[in-house]
Design a protein around this ligand. Structure first.
Ligand code: XMP
Length: 528
């Protein structure tokens, strides 16, 4: 395992991912974590970048004990300065902050060899810099292993201990050989074993779930048809069979035929014990006349909790009945399954400044308080791409594993005015045509998220000899790594043409289709 200490850089989670991509388990912890509180023995430590300068009065610092542990340490950007600061090097602010591409010249020793960190990477490499401070002198017992035109100490190594510091960011894709630098460190220098695979994960996780649930314990969990909840449900089913109960709430603002399709896939194909609750009337009546997006979100969130709790109570009552009758292996509902992923965990533990804040997961707060259930989160160590790999191993059909994300409040935040059954139906039809044509054109997997939006305006059109006055659909498609930023997707014109003509021909009430060409920022992915 590699321990990554997070000093608050926006790239810290990427370091974790790069290690995992090498099949080496890596865990991110706040930089202020004391070594004695780390529950594993790291084979190497990486210190991340940071928005701070090591000389700021409130600058965060690592537990000095890490330098006595005897394992390799790699400092990236601020991490380099943190090493120098600890080992008494000279750091000072640059006159000009340095952002962007730079070229690192890799140093050769007297015998012509390069340092193990850069072995086989040539004499020069392009890297990404983003820093304010830089090193102006070497800490005692260090030597230079790479420099740039403006940074004479861009990469340094200790003369006898496995301590390394680099000024650039190997974890970002703008450093093309960055992955190899991390691989040299993790595999060659730390000598980590490459045993972090989804095959191993499944076995271990199923054992862990069985252990914590015991021979009788029951688990309930909501499923949405999305990748995370489906993979989590299938994993629970593998571990405890029908003692896991999945509940899908049809809130009336799902995609066309979604509830039916999820039922078929989860229940019939994957064998998961699933109840679909049609609560669309309740949701739509509570949404009546509401235009404000935050209000829509709140209503849907609260109604979801009401419906889910009522359904869970029924399952609990049935279990109690069976237990009374002395049925073998019947126990109470004690656990709530939550499809939390590692980015949510990171979000809640990362170092955000002098006072690290712990965020409670917004989806479950209400449920847990009322239902006295314990939380089970089998995906909490995984990134999205790992969840997809896990899904494939669990035989979940490929189109589902690659599915675009779909927001909890569903089409309610894509019908821009008040939400009515009629408006939802129009949007469902348009959205369905849009996604169908994207799939036919084989573009679905190139796009991170695509959906239609129903605008609350009417436009003039002409059909036959008649003038029409109907609503407008906006199409959105984006490419994004993490949805924090996103670019609008450039469609081939013929695909857009087909989509537009099918929507205006087949969807009653729509006479005009527009394509959204806004990036995030300044726009967001959703319109509301
Ligand atoms: P924005 O619109 O914030 O969207 O750029 C980023 C990603 O988050 C999804 N999204 C939501 N997901 N509940 C959700 O479960 C929500 O209220 C919500 N709002 C936005 C959005 O679809 C995109 O993938």
């Amino acid at each position: 395992t590699i321990l990554i200490l997070d000093f608050g850089s926006q790239y810290s989670h990427l370091i974790t991912r790069r290690c995992r991509e090498l099949n080496v388990y890596a865990e991110l912890m706040p930089c202020t974590t004391l070594l004695k509180d780390v529950h594993f023995k790291p084979k190497g430590i990486i210190l991340s970048g940071s928005p701070y300068s090591v000389y700021d009065a409130d600058a965060p610092h690592a537990d000095p004990a890490i330098f006595e542990l005897g394992v390799p340490i790699l400092g990236i950007c601020y991490g380099l300065q943190e090493i120098a600061w600890n080992l008494k090097g000279e750091v000072s602010g640059c006159e000009s902050r340095e952002y962007g591409h730079a070229s690192v010249q890799i140093s050769r020793s007297g015998e012509g060899s390069v340092d193990a960190l850069f072995e086989g990477l040539g004499d020069e490499m392009q890297v990404w810099m983003s820093h304010g401070d830089q090193l102006h002198g070497l800490p005692p017992d260090f030597h230079v292993i790479g420099k740039t035109q403006t940074a004479p100490f861009a990469a340094i190594a200790h003369n006898s201990k496995p301590f390394y510091g680099i000024q650039f960011h190997p974890e970002v894709t703008h450093s093309p050989k960055g992955r190899e630098v991390i691989s040299r460190y993790v595999l060659n220098i730390c000598k980590c074993r490459t045993n972090w695979t989804m095959e191993e994960f499944i076995g271990k996780e199923i054992t862990r779930i069985r252990d914590i649930c015991g021979p009788k314990g029951r688990v309930i969990g909501a499923v949405s048809g999305g990748v995370d909840s489906t993979v989590a449900a299938k994993l629970m089913h593998e571990a405890i069979g029908d003692r896991f109960h999945a509940i899908m709430v049809d809130n009336g603002v799902l995609r066309l035929n979604e509830a039916k399709q999820v039922n078929e896939m989860l229940n019939k194909d994957l064998g998961v014990n699933l109840t679909v609750v049609d609560a669309s009337d309740l949701f739509l009546s509570r949404l009546e006349g509401v235009e404000d997006p935050e209000q829509k979100r709140k209503i849907i969130g609260n109604t979801f909790i009401n419906v889910f709790e009522a359904e869970a109570a029924k399952i609990e009552a049935a279990a109690e009945e069976e237990e009374k009758k002395g049925a073998e292996g019947r126990g109470r509902v004690e656990w709530l399954l939550q499809g939390t992923l590692y980015p949510d965990v990171i979000e809640s533990i990362s170092f955000k400044g002098p006072s690290a804040t712990i965020k409670t997961h917004h989806n479950v707060g209400g449920l847990l308080a009322d239902m006295k259930l314990k939380l089970i989160e089998p995906l909490r160590e995984l990134f999205k791409d790992e969840v997809r790999a896990l899904g494939r191993l669990l035989s979940i059909p490929a189109p589902l594993v690659q599915r675009h994300p779909f927001p909890g409040p569903g089409l309610a935040i894509r019908v821009l005015g008040p939400v009515t059954r009629e408006q939802v139906k129009i949007l469902q039809q348009a959205d369905n045509i849009y996604i169908e044509e994207i799939r036919k054109a084989n573009l679905y997997n190139q796009i991170s998220q695509a959906f239609a939006v129903l605008l609350p305006v009417k436009a003039v059109g002409v059909m036959g000899d008649k003038r029409t006055y109907e609503q407008v659909i906006a199409l959105r498609a984006v490419q994004s790594e993490d949805f924090m930023t996103a670019d609008w997707y450039v469609f081939p014109a013929d695909v857009l043409k087909r989509i537009s003509s099918r929507i205006t021909n087949e969807v009653n009430g729509i006479n005009r289709v527009t394509y959204d060409i806004s990036s995030k920022p300044p726009a967001t992915v959703e319109w509301l």
